[in-house]
Design a protein around this ligand. Structure first.
Ligand code: GUN
Length: 303
């Protein structure tokens, strides 16, 4: 069993981005600039945003963090989005999710200028991705694609089961996997991802176990600890765990620990490759966001 070391691969990507930023600065250009809107004080969101800003600092991107109160009106939030759309100094921005229940997430996502939509959630980017055209792809699927490519894990002709149908992971992941590789994004080797036979499963799927047992690769993004157990995994499979769940743990200094959606101790020995949690997909998601920000920046130069 080989661990898919997202921490290491993400560090390599950050190093490459840092070199690109240094080259831009040497050439008299400005650095890419990411803005992050966070509404309220959801502790998990605050942690994610801190990590995103820290990663930007590390590669030399500029960041602007906009903290808004949890009771902000939808109109006021939309005005903030439009302000960032119109600011030529901002290359990309995200609105950290989830938003408070009185705000319509779809309305906010659709208000973002798709050229600055570094979360890849705007319908225009989702549509381009579905068509196999260059687009800003949601950061987690983008990061998983990089991770599989780094370990030379082929998807062509293989059965990939994606568990979870979210707009941010499951759906775009399935689209990337089924693509004809020659239509995939620039800068990726043709063999990186695509040409897979994809099954998307979710909470209403019957007999998930039988479906998973026929998978060569399982990507779990369901937000449910220990959803994937050893009896669901064929020996030699590849398992990618997108879950980040906080489990109470009085023995831990923080009172909780992080686990994925995979019953790691039992599943790992059966796998050819598996991602750990933490240190697998999480750092790759942030790397994907950084790559999207660089992409939005370079695309804006050619307009
Ligand atoms: N909440 C959890 N993950 C994400 C993400 O990748 N982007 C945004 N905007 N919100 C999130």
């Amino acid at each position: 069993m080989i661990l898919l070391d997202g921490k290491q691969v993400a560090a390599d990507i950050r190093r490459q981005l840092r070199e690109q930023v240094d080259a831009l600065l040497r050439a008299g250009q400005r650095a890419p600039h990411l803005a992050v809107i966070i509404v309220g004080d959801n502790p998990a969101s605050l942690t994610y945003v801190r990590n995103k800003v820290r990663a930007c600092d590390e590669v030399g991107f500029r960041t602007t963090r906009i903290d808004l109160p949890a009771d902000i009106s939808q109109d006021a939030l939309l005005a903030e989005v439009r302000r960032l759309n119109d600011d030529p100094g901002i290359d990309g921005f995200i609105v950290q999710l989830p938003l408070p229940p009185h705000i319509n997430e779809a309305a906010v996502t659709q208000a973002i200028d798709w050229r600055k939509d570094v979360d890849g959630l705007h319908p225009h980017n989702i549509g381009l991705t579905a068509l196999g055209m260059p687009s800003l792809v949601s950061a987690t699927p983008r990061g998983i694609r990089e991770l599989l490519a780094h370990y030379n894990i082929q998807t062509a002709g293989r059965h990939v089961v994606v568990i979870g149908r979210s707009n941010i992971v499951g759906k775009p992941m399935a689209m990337l996997l089924m693509q004809r590789p020659y239509l995939s994004l620039p800068n990726m080797s043709a063999s990186a991802l695509g040409d897979a036979t994809v099954t998307v499963c979710h909470s209403k799927t019957h007999d998930l176990r039988t479906i998973c047992l026929s998978a060569d690769i399982i990507i779990v993004a369901a937000g449910q600890p220990a959803l994937l157990t050893a009896d669901m995994v064929r020996p030699g499979a590849v398992v990618v765990d997108v879950g980040i769940n906080h489990i109470e743990d009085p023995a831990s200094p923080r009172g909780y620990r992080l686990v994925g959606d995979v019953d790691f101790p039992d599943v790992a020995p059966r796998c050819a490759y598996i991602t750990p949690v933490p240190g697998g997909v999480g750092p790759m998601t942030i790397a994907g966001l950084l790559q999207n920000t660089m992409q939005a920046y370079t695309d804006s130069l050619s307009r």
